[in-house]
Design a protein around this ligand. Structure first.
Ligand code: CP
Ligand code: NVA
Length: 308
């Protein structure tokens, strides 16, 4: 069976913990693990812009002894008729794994349905699961564990990060609170899935409107842009309804004394987060960004080992 990572809950709680354990080991022993020696190649494809994902996969695959092939899909045939199914079949003949950042989840599902190597979601409209592995690694580093901690996400609660916090946070046994204005709430089907996972891990899930209630006593407060890639011209007011959700000193006054702040970046400074918070002592944002590298190296290693 080929193991793909299209959504956060494609890893069981035990598997997620194993990937995070391996990520911590790989971080401590930075250049010691070479499962892609050969070198075996990995295709990393982008339908959308990226800085962190692009560079961290490129560097990480090289550190694993592999050969990264990082490609913007505008220069391929993707946009002019080649089907994703055919691309999945063809790429599987060349590479050990396919990493894809794209729009709809149907697109990555189609590649995965026809690929004979692991396919990894490097962000879609609905999920950003690689980011969450980095976030959880950061939480572990700061608090020693994830289980039982309160993880609050405020802002655009309908976006890919909100959905991934629900699923990955519940998988990690955290108490997940997601808060956003009316009209910007998560997909109820994903909330239900997260609730089911939380019931088995000792975590919990709440969706709220009130940002103060959501942040109260939180150990981790996370946010993200109010305008995700592709939403720039959706006609919605993506500023006014979100103002009460800005992560600044006023909101953080309600959090736990040892709260850490996460943001996947890129940040719109002065909108969803203030400079003072992003650059201040509670911010774990740059460790979080670094942890993309270590988490993805561990993920690729896990998927290749687990695929038969
Ligand atoms: N956080 C993140 O995925 O950043 P990029 O869009 O720069 O890859
Ligand atoms: N929600 C953001 C995340 C960027 C890493 C987006 O999809 O643009």
């Amino acid at each position: 069976m080929i193991r793909h990572f299209l959504r956060d809950d494609d890893l069981t709680p035990a598997e997620q913990a194993a990937v995070l354990d391996l990520a911590a080991r790989m971080k401590a022993e930075r250049y010691a693990h070479k499962p892609l020696a050969g070198p075996r190649s990995v295709a990393v494809l982008f339908d959308k812009q990226s800085l962190r994902t692009r560079i961290s996969f490129d560097a990480g695959i090289a550190e694993l002894g592999g050969h990264p092939l990082v490609v913007d899909t505008q220069v391929t045939h993707f946009g002019r008729g080649e089907t994703l199914a055919d691309a999945g079949r063809v790429l599987s003949r060349y590479v050990a794994a396919i990493v894809l950042r794209t729009h709809g989840d149907d697109r990555i599902a189609e590649v995965a349905a026809h690929a004979t190597v692991p396919v990894v979601n490097a962000l879609t409209d609905t999920y950003h699961p690689c980011q969450l592995l980095a976030d959880l690694l950061t939480v572990r580093e700061r608090f020693g564990a994830t289980a039982g901690r309160i993880l609050t996400y405020v802002g655009d609660a309908a976006n890919n990060m909100a959905h991934s916090y629900l699923l990955a946070g519940a998988t990690a046994g955290m108490h997940v609170r997601i808060a956003g204005p009316a009209g910007f709430h998560p997909d109820p089907e994903i909330v239900a899935r997260a609730e089911k996972i939380a019931a088995g891990t000792g975590g919990s899930v709440r969706v709220l409107v009130d940002p103060v209630e959501a942040v109260r006593d939180a150990h981790v407060v996370a946010t993200d842009t109010w305008t995700s890639m592709g939403q720039e011209a959706d006609g919605l007011d993506r500023i006014t309804p979100f103002r009460p959700y800005q992560v600044g000193d006023a909101l953080l006054a309600h959090a736990a004394a040892d709260v850490i702040v996460l943001h996947c970046l890129p940040a719109h400074r002065g909108e969803e987060i203030t400079d003072e918070v992003l650059d201040g002592p509670r911010s774990a944002v740059f460790d979080q960004a670094e942890n993309r590298l270590h988490a993805q190296k561990a993920l690729l290693t896990f998927l290749l080992e687990a695929s038969t």
